[in-house]
Ligand binder design. Structure first.
Ligand code: MN
Length: 170
């Protein structure tokens, strides 16, 4: 039986984006500020952005509860089953960020060029939960297709492991 943490109150989109907005000056960066009631997608979307900041990394984002849950993946996602990649949880981003490409000015948070590496939709697989830090998903993108698992390394850690799974679909 799937278990879900029902004790945690759902945040509004604006509450979820508070940290994202505090970290940025929208008079300087062209990144989206995000709306309070963004257009949600069904099925939900994912995006992987290639981010040439101080260190090249890939930002993996999943639409959930009206925002993009986000992880910085230094080595990017592997399509080879069993390969694990470190994924560092970062602040929730607005849904509008899934379309963002461009240069974040130097000196601003994340300064450097951001481009979309892949995007598409995803399916949240059963018996898995973001809140519990054990999430399983099936991606349907241009480059990425199939199952991945995202596992938090400890209850309050920002570090997760992102692992390509053999597709269990029959
Ligand atoms: Mn980044």
């Amino acid at each position: 039986m799937p278990t879900t943490d029902v004790s945690a109150p759902r945040q509004t989109v604006s509450q979820a984006l508070k940290k994202y907005r505090e970290m940025r000056d929208f008079a300087i960066t062209s990144e989206p500020k995000g709306s309070a009631r963004p257009k949600r997608h069904n099925p939900p979307i994912f995006v992987v952005q290639e981010h040439h900041a101080s260190h090249l990394h890939y930002d993996f984002r999943l639409e959930m509860d009206g925002v993009l849950k986000s992880w910085a993946v230094p080595k990017g996602l592997s399509s080879e089953p069993g390969v694990r990649r470190l994924a560092i949880h970062t602040e929730d981003h607005p849904l509008e960020y899934a379309l963002f490409e461009g240069r974040i000015p130097e000196g601003e948070y994340g300064g450097g060029v951001m481009s979309i590496w892949d995007s598409g939709t995803y399916e949240h697989l059963e018996n898995s939960s973001y809140e519990e830090g054990r999430l399983r998903i099936r991606l349907a993108g241009e480059k990425l297709a199939g199952e991945w698992a995202l596992a938090r390394t400890s209850p309050d850690a920002k570090q997760w492991m992102l692992t390509r799974r053999r597709d269990t679909r029959g």
